[in-house]
Structure formats: C-alpha cells, structure tokens
Design a protein around this ligand. Sequence first.
Ligand SMILES: NC(=O)c1ccc[n+]([C@@H]2O[C@H](COP(=O)([O-])OP(=O)(O)OC[C@H]3O[C@@H](n4cnc5c(N)ncnc54)[C@H](OP(=O)(O)O)[C@@H]3O)[C@@H](O)[C@H]2O)c1
Length: 262
Amino acid sequence: MDLGLHGKVAVVTAASRGLGYACAERLAREGCRLAICARSAGPLAEARAGLEGLGGEVLAVAADLACGPDIERFLADIAERFGRIDILIVNSGHIAYGGLEELDEAAWQEAFQLLLMSAVRLSRGALPLLRQAGGGDIVFLTSATIREPPPHLLLSTTMRLGVAGLAKTLSQAHAGENIRVNSVAPGYFDTGRVAARIDALMRQERLSRAEATASIAGDMPLKRIGTAEEFAELVAFVASRKAGFMTGSTLAIDGGRGRSIL
Ligand SMILES: NC(=O)c1ccc[n+]([C@@H]2O[C@H](COP(=O)([O-])OP(=O)(O)OC[C@H]3O[C@@H](n4cnc5c(N)ncnc54)[C@H](OP(=O)(O)O)[C@@H]3O)[C@@H](O)[C@H]2O)c1
C-alpha cells in the first residue's frame, strides 16, 4: 500500500535497532526523510547506513532520551536540517523489572526520565516543527501490558499510563491544528529483552529457536511472537493519512494475548 508519505520528515527515537529501527526502515521504504537517535554511536552509524541504503536522507544523532539537554539538541539538529516534522514516533529503551519493594528511588527517577519525560520533552519540542509542516502525526509506542499489568512491570505500567494520558490529552488539544496523536501498544516481539530471553532459553534448556520461541508464545492465541516488521507496518499506517480519522486511540498489537475487549 502506498501510504502517501514520500518526502515527509519522520522522526523515530531509540531507533538504532529493534522496534524503533523497524519503524524507521518501514518509513524509509515509503520515501520519508528520517531523523533517528540512540545512545551508542556505533550501532547508530550502522542504522544510518542501513536506512541510507534504502535511498533516503537520514540524520542520526547520538542522544540519551533520559537527558533533557540531549533531546533539545536532537530537536535543534532536526530544525536546522529539515525545518519541519511531519511524523514523530516516540520510542524509548528498556527499564528495570520489579515490584514496589524491589525498586529504589533511583529506578523510579530513571524510568520517569526515560519513559515519561522523554515523551513530554519530545512532543513539546516537536510542536513548533509540526506546526511548521502544517500539522502532522505523533505516535507513542507504549506496551500492551498497560491494559493488564503484570506485577514485575510496575515501572513500565506506571510511566506508560502517564504517556497514554499525555497522548489522549494532546490529541484533543491539538486536533484543531491538524495534529493527530495515537499510541501503539506492543505485546511480544522478536527484539530486545524478548530476543535475549529466547537466546537464554536456547542455551539453558537446550531448546531449538522454534521451541524456545514456542515456550514464550504458549499463552498467545496466535502461538507465535510478532516480528518487528509486523509492528512497523501498523505504526506506519497509523502515522499516515490513511488513518486520517483516527486520533486519541491506542491500538494493541499482541497476537491476541490481551483478554480485555476494549
Ligand atoms: N520488544 C517487545 O516485545 C516490547 C514489548 C513491549 C514494549 N517494548 C518496549 O519498546 C521499546 C523498544 O523495545 P525493543 O525491543 O525494540 O528494544 P531494543 O531492541 O533493545 O532496542 C532499543 C533501542 O533503544 C535505544 N535506547 C535504549 N535506551 C536509550 C536511551 N536512554 N536513549 C536513547 N536511545 C535508547 C537503543 O540504542 P542504545 O542502547 O544505543 O541507546 C536501541 O536502539 C522499549 O521501551 C521496550 O520496553 C518492547
């Protein structure tokens, strides 16, 4: 499907690998000009090379999303290079697992900065550049677990529900400026910690990749883990004007794992 995104300026954060990179790659294939960030310079340079190989212009900036000045610098570089933003995909890194008695003050502060304040700073800083483009789309990547929170994801659930509140509020406040705001909430995908868990099961239990994956996917109706490409397809659609009547929505993509109806 041609999503009509050719020439648009798309920003994807935390995008040197995993779900963020898959989203950037999908948007590059649509002909978007891209701005990406992550902390480590090496993987970021590899990501930029991969995306440039698809034919597009790519700005890659080493930035820590838990750090306000880094986000300001990233946005300033985007303003200087492109002068506008059409699409902002807000992704971030992983945070600590644990329940109330396992998480100290530092873990809460880190999660606050990385998950919630990065979303606040990115959307606030992007607003003038979205306006410069005559409107645009913000998509926050959260987690399907915010609807049915497991005990060990206390930080993720608490901060990401804040992001969901931010998304809903912004969708109402800025609809009149032609700015749509939605969230996409992933279940299990073959990246990051899930990929590491599969590798660990293969080593520890002497399972094949298919067996290790099946043991994680066992409680999913579709009986498999999603691919990053499947996730990126949905994000690109939501960020496009093909989804033009959708704002303030959260879409879960989780292989049917969630049991709530809405
Ligand atoms: N995969 C899943 O099944 C799943 C499910 C639900 C939610 N999520 C959430 O989705 C997000 C992405 O997950 P993923 O599986 O794609 O992770 P991943 O494969 O580990 O990739 C994480 C990306 O984020 C970057 N990053 C990490 N911390 C950062 C920071 N402080 N500042 C800037 N960039 C940072 C990493 O680069 P650097 O390390 O170089 O910075 C990397 O590019 C995470 O927040 C995760 O909790 C994932």
